[in-house]
Design a binder for this molecule. Structure first.
Ligand code: SAM
Length: 311
């Protein structure tokens, strides 16, 4: 702004000087006009140069001040609500990756089961309440290797069918007894066994839950009438009653069925990833020191293979 006033004043003074010079001399008017023009052009170029220099100085001064720019660049842009951050994405990648791996292991186990067992009709869904393919494969392989002859299981379903098919496939003259506290599930399993033609090998016993006490602790377990005749059990699969009944839901199986087991029987406790099942097994060990050899099997829901020491 100051430059503009300064240049206008200088131009006015120059023109005034030219007019005075023209009036007081007898120079040619064209020459005077040329001198006036040259003077004005010189003045204009000086003003332009000065303005450019000042603008350059301003730019340099701004560049020499890095802080505001740096602060702006360093400030973390706030993601709009609902946008996934890099941390979220890494977590999703981890969870999905682990799930794909788990699912692959289950489908691998299922493929193996289909190859090992004579399955000619549809199987019900596995996983969730029913046993997972990986534990079913583990059990079928156990029957194959140990040639189990009397198999008892707590909680009927897909596992009952797999045990029966395994006995048939491996030519073992054995039988399966499943304890089931709910009649609809018992009947469902019986129908499954009939459909697959193994109802002569496996039996599902409806065994309503009855209240039982251990000292001052109360829980419930399968009705005594359903299991009191059992003997020579060499494989016991513990997959019931549902753990939702309480922390002791599966504890009574050893107090009640220990005497029915052969000296080198094997017990498979499903859902061993759960704290409840781990506590139950610790309690069995504490109550029968040295009787059990325990191997934790890394399966989807976890399982403990408990072998009696043969005494
Ligand atoms: C863990 S499940 C036993 C599963 C069985 N071993 C199998 O492989 O299918 C324990 C009990 O849950 C009950 N049960 C089975 N399927 C169920 C379902 N879809 N919803 C609720 N309870 C179920 C039955 O009474 C069963 O004995």
């Amino acid at each position: 702004m100051r430059t503009r006033w300064w240049s206008l004043s200088a131009a006015a003074l120059w023109l005034l000087a030219i007019v005075v010079a023209a009036l007081s001399s007898d120079l040619d008017c064209w020459l005077i006009a040329l001198v006036a023009l040259l003077g004005l052009m010189t003045l204009a170029s000086t003003v332009v140069s000065l303005t450019a220099l000042r603008a350059l100085a301003r730019v340099e001064a701004r560049l020499a001040r890095p802080l505001p720019v740096a602060r702006k660049a360093a400030a973390k842009p706030k993601a709009p609500a609902g946008t996934l951050t890099d941390k979220d994405l890494a977590r999703v990648r981890r969870v999905v990756g682990a799930d794909i791996q788990r699912t692959f292991r289950q489908s691998e186990a299922l493929t193996n089961l289909y190859a090992m067992l004579p399955i000619q009709h549809a199987l019900p869904a596995s996983r969730g309440f029913p046993a997972s393919p990986d534990v079913l494969l583990f059990l079928v392989d156990l029957v194959d290797r140990q040639r189990s002859r009397v198999i008892v299981e707590c909680g009927s379903g897909l596992s009952t069918l797999c045990f029966a098919l395994a006995l048939r496939q491996f030519g073992i003259d054995g039988r399966v007894i499943a304890l089931e506290h709910l009649e609809p599930y018992a009947e469902q399993t019986r129908e499954l066994l009939r459909r697959h033609g193994v109802d002569d090998i496996a039996e599902v016993r409806t065994a309503p839950l009855e209240e039982v006490t251990f000292g001052d602790e109360v829980t419930s377990w399968y009705a005594r009438s359903a299991w009191e005749d059992l003997a020579d059990v060499d494989l016991l699969f513990v997959d019931g009653p549902p753990a939702t009944l309480g922390p002791l839901a599966r504890y009574p199986v050893i107090p009640f069925l220990l005497d029915t087991l052969t000296p080198d029987a094997q017990i498979v406790l499903d859902d061993y990833n759960r704290a409840k099942e781990q506590a139950i097994l610790q309690r069995w060990q504490a109550e029968h020191p040295g009787l059990f050899e325990v191997t934790s099997i890394p399966l989807e829901k976890g399982a403990a293979l408990v072998t009696l020491n043969g005494a």
